[in-house]
Design a binder for this molecule. Structure first.
Ligand SMILES: [Zn+2]
Length: 152
């Protein structure tokens, strides 16, 4: 899904980052419902905010050939980049196991789902170190989660 924020909402979000975080996490959880994760049963949604006020969502997409699986974060970035966006402000990520009733920390929907190393490198191609990464419980900058990114 692609959502265009109006300028009022954008300035609202700039003055209240808690509101932005909440809105992006909600979109990430919605996007998670489209996850194709029949092998891991771990569904992830992501919502990426461009500097121009568009939100692109993504979900993880698995494949029987495991190495072809793609993460929700890179799906969101790929959609935005393919439409010409190059500048991004923040991403929210929400992951959880589906249809499992196991009492462990990673099974809980409110457990933070960190971006994998590949996604952190992917983000570093387009995002500055102050790019915000919102998880269910915590928030980070890209610089905090991925210092020393590979650059050419
Ligand atoms: Zn990833």
């Amino acid at each position: 899904m692609v959502i265009l924020l109006n300028s009022g909402l954008m300035s609202d979000f700039k003055s209240d980052s808690g509101k932005l975080r909440k809105a992006l996490l909600k979109q990430a959880r919605n996007a998670r419902q489209s996850a194709y994760c029949r092998y891991s049963n771990f569904a992830v949604g992501a919502a990426l905010l461009t500097e121009s006020g568009m939100i692109y969502t993504g979900c993880n997409i698995e494949n029987a050939s495991y190495s072809l699986c793609i993460c929700a974060e890179r799906v969101a970035f790929a959609r935005a980049i393919a439409e010409g966006h190059r500048n991004f402000s923040a991403i929210a990520i929400a992951g959880k196991f589906q249809d499992r009733d196991v009492d462990s920390e990673i099974m809980k929907p409110e457990t933070d789902c960190f971006p994998c190393g590949a996604c952190r490198q992917f983000m570093s191609e387009f995002c500055q170190p102050d790019f915000k990464i919102y998880l269910e419980q915590q928030e980070f900058t890209l610089g905090e989660l991925f210092p020393g990114a590979f650059k050419l």
